[in-house]
Unconditional design. Structure first.
Length: 409
């Protein structure tokens, strides 16, 4: 259950607004719970006054810090320690669907409604975690914005709407406005429902709706499209890392010269100690040669079916960065693996160094001069297996300032 605690001078307003339809049902079904805290009850003043004149002059009255802070103290021990305390104010960050999704996972949310000219800043600074506005306009108080937040967050909680899928195509869910909808009759004042909606072809209807949503958003809210582009770019950036997996099965298809050049360019764009770039890349394309290499190591069998392989080597004659050749070549290898994934290719890092025997077998096979040492072989091809994304994040492996056994200090 999500508990809302609303601190206000006009609790009745909130109670009344939430006593209808879907939200009222959510309260009755104990999916959300609304606790109303009247700030006036906490006033020290014998007449229960909560407001006063503004220091330095200015019209209007300000709610005093004391009753707000004491009202907060009365609920502090009932809520989770780090629960959001949201002050509804036109100076806040604009509320949006993304933030609503974050808030729906909380167990407690405190909403603070100002009135008149607002609240003494010292109380806000003491208790508030987020200052939120519902739009670029001014209202008489924070009660209506609080109702907006409760409504918007509550409908995202499973069980509040009959069908949680109802949320999927709503405006703003994908930073797109929702397309227009129609109901009976088919013709109203000479205007007919679009034919496609009567066609019964679900795929066509979905595509039509997507297109309409896109056009509508482009015309009315182009800013939303920019927002979704940014989100797409961010997700894709991470995807390049998480979706890289070791791919060991390949289709009988070639890698083009353009793709190969991109892979090598990626390798040579890696960081290197003192920018020494003391790497060399040997490309193996010949099938017999790939089969030969696969026989040098039982763990390198996939080379038999690879479209090509790149042997990443370090040049020990380059004085600069000589001691770092393994690190430099590893960085280049990782760049090649990431680029391969980006190009839709499959790749796996096949270890060779630091094992002398494995290195020597490869040195002999490739006729490497004494100064050129092989680090690994990257086996590459068009993937014939699919692997799920990997996110190995383990917070126990992250230490702050100093090493500690449980990963934190
Ligand atoms: C230094 C090194 C040597 C590796 N050697 C081999 C190898 O000889 N054969 C192989 O099939 N995979 C090899 N791998 C790939 C790892 O097995 C693989 O990265 C690991 O199991 C994690 O799987 P993922 O790459 O799909 O995330 C090597 C990886 C590294 C970093």
């Amino acid at each position: 259950m999500l508990n809302f605690y609303v601190m206000s001078l006009f609790c009745e307003m909130i109670k009344n607004a939430l006593s209808y339809s879907i939200i009222n049902r959510a309260i009755k079904n104990k999916i959300i719970n609304i606790n109303l805290i009247d700030i006036r009850d906490f006033s020290n003043d014998k007449n229960k006054r909560v407001d006063d004149y503004i220091y330095g002059g200015g019209c209007g009255m300000l709610i005093k810090a004391q009753p707000v802070y004491d009202a907060y103290k009365s609920i502090k021990n009932k809520v989770k320690k780090d629960c959001p305390v949201i002050y509804l104010s036109p100076q806040g960050k604009i509320f949006d669907q993304e933030f609503a999704h974050k808030l729906k996972n909380e167990s407690d949310i405190i909403l603070l409604c100002g009135h008149y000219e607002g609240i003494d800043r010292r109380a806000i600074n003491k208790i508030v975690t987020h200052e939120i506005s519902i739009g670029d306009y001014v209202l008489t108080g924070g009660e209506i914005p609080a109702i907006v937040l409760i409504d918007c967050i509550a409908r995202l909680i499973p069980g509040v709407l009959g069908n949680i899928d109802s949320n999927k195509d709503e405006s703003f869910e994908n930073n797109l406005l929702e397309c227009d909808h129609y109901t009976r009759p088919e013709i109203f004042m000479d205007k007919k429902v679009p034919d496609v909606l009567l066609s019964g072809n679900h795929k066509k209807i979905r595509l039509w709706r997507e297109k309409q949503a896109l056009i509508k958003t482009f015309v009315i809210r182009p800013d939303l499209l920019l927002k979704s582009k940014k989100k797409f770019m961010e997700e894709n950036k991470m995807d390049m890392i998480f979706s890289r997996r070791s791919i060991r099965k390949y289709k009988n298809q070639e890698i083009s010269d353009e793709q190969l050049e991109l892979l090598l360019r990626a390798g040579m764009s890696a960081p290197s100690a003192m920018n020494s770039q003391n790497w060399e890349f040997i490309v193996i394309k010949n099938r017999e040669h790939l089969i030969e290499l696969s026989k040098l190591n039982p763990y390198h069998q996939m080379l038999k079916d690879a479209a090509l392989a790149i042997v990443v080597c370090g040049d020990l004659n380059k004085i600069l960065g000589e001691e770092y050749w393994i690190q430099n070549c590893s960085a280049a290898t990782q760049n090649i693996l990431t680029m391969a994934n980006n190009l839709g290719l499959g790749a796996v890092w096949l270890g060779v160094a630091p094992y002398e025997d494995k290195m020597q077998r490869l040195i002999n096979n490739l006729a490497l001069p004494e100064n050129i040492k092989p680090l690994n072989i990257i086996s590459l091809g068009v993937p014939d297996e699919f692997k799920n994304k990997n996110d190995n994040f383990d917070e126990k492996k992250v230490h702050y300032e100093k090493f500690s056994d449980d990963g934190k200090i």
